[in-house]
Design a protein around this ligand. Structure first.
Ligand SMILES: CC(C)CCC[C@@H](C)CCC[C@@H](C)CCC[C@@H](C)CCOC[C@@H](COP(=O)(O)O[C@@H]1[C@H](O)[C@H](OP(=O)(O)O)[C@@H](O)[C@H](O)[C@H]1O)OCC[C@H](C)CCC[C@H](C)CCC[C@H](C)CCCC(C)C
Ligand SMILES: Nc1ccn([C@@H]2O[C@H](COP(=O)(O)O)[C@@H](O)[C@H]2O)c(=O)n1
Ligand SMILES: [Mg+2]
Ligand SMILES: [Mg+2]
Length: 188
């Protein structure tokens, strides 16, 4: 919710970045897949215990992640499958990052599991509520952009463990916020 508000502020820069891609005939789905691959590389560096490299790779990956939708809208190539592919790639990326962190022994498994479950629930609630007719349920203090940035910033300082604990707490608060928002919008 917090970062989402700044979407409009960065829109112009994102559009400037995708124009050359559009001219080169790159498709939004190709960008989505590229973003996912970069996330997987970031997760691999967490597994290797190289937190700063992982953070830089994920920073670059999150930029790519913000470009696919921009490219789709700019070229009139938005598609329902593209939206599905984007969200599915986001979930694979979220899971791989926390798995990499846990496999690299940077955080204990119970904390990793709680963070994983909280993050997935946040996204699931939005998907399920929107399917039930709530309208866009992009609410809560720890949407994906916030969760990702917390992981990236703490990893840059070599303390991704703090980031995981923070995301665990904030994601579960967001679960409750979305539960409440869905109740208000869907109760009758
Ligand atoms: C290292 C270098 C080579 C490169 C460096 C480049 C940097 C300058 C990078 C800047 C990146 C910046 C432009 C983008 C950052 C966004 C990133 C943190 C998160 C990626 O989000 C992608 C995007 C898509 O969101 P979408 O709504 O489509 O996705 C939905 C989401 O997955 C939902 O999950 P959930 O419900 O929330 O759990 C699903 O439910 C939906 O299905 C799914 O569709 O979002 C893009 C828009 C951003 C929100 C815009 C944020 C703008 C901020 C102002 C950017 C702030 C960047 C910082 C200043 C970077 C500095 C970091 C440094 C470490 C201090
Ligand atoms: N391969 C893709 C990716 C995205 N879209 C469209 O963009 C929307 C998401 O935009 P973001 O800026 O939030 O990434 C998504 O809902 C689709 O409409 C697409 O068509 N193809
Ligand atoms: Mg996207
Ligand atoms: Mg994405």
């Amino acid at each position: 919710m917090v970062l989402n508000r700044y979407r409009e502020n960065v829109k112009g820069y994102l559009e400037a970045m995708v124009r050359p891609l559009a001219r080169a005939g790159v498709t939004p789905n190709q960008i989505t897949v590229l973003g996912l691959l970069i996330s997987l590389i970031g997760a691999y560096f967490f597994y290797r215990g190289e937190q700063v490299v992982a953070a830089l790779v994920l920073l670059f990956g999150s930029l790519i992640d913000a470009l696919d939708g921009t490219l789709a809208r700019l070229t009139g190539k938005t598609s329902r499958f593209g939206a599905f592919l984007d969200s599915t790639s986001d979930r694979i990326s979220d899971g791989a990052i926390i798995f990499g962190i846990a496999l690299g022994n940077l955080v204990d498994w119970p904390a990793a599991f709680l963070t994983f479950m909280g993050s997935y629930l946040v996204s699931y609630e939005r998907c399920r509520a929107e399917l039930a007719g709530s309208g866009k349920l992009a609410v809560g203090i720890a949407e994906r952009a916030e969760r990702l940035l917390i992981i990236i910033i703490t990893a840059l300082f070599g303390r991704v463990d703090y980031g995981v604990y923070m995301v665990a707490v904030l994601a579960w608060i967001t679960v409750l916020q979305r539960l409440h928002a869905a109740y208000v919008r869907l109760k009758d």
